[in-house]
Design a protein around this ligand. Structure first.
Ligand SMILES: [Zn+2]
Ligand SMILES: [Zn+2]
Length: 52
């Protein structure tokens, strides 16, 4: 004789793994993320980071 399953939906406070937080930076609109401008020099927009 099996016990009946509970009728009520028990809220399960299972800790959900947080998704990886992406840095709040965006690919540079000037160099496209390469960090270099059209002259193959350090992008002044992002200072070579590729993000701005
Ligand atoms: Zn930019
Ligand atoms: Zn840039």
């Amino acid at each position: 004789m099996r016990p009946d399953p509970p009728d009520e939906a028990i809220p399960s406070p299972d800790p959900q793994p947080l998704p990886p937080i992406e840095p709040k930076r965006w690919r540079c609109c000037h160099c496209g993320g390469t960090g270099l401008d059209s002259y193959a020099e350090t992008c002044l927009h992002c200072e070579g980071l590729g993000f701005c």
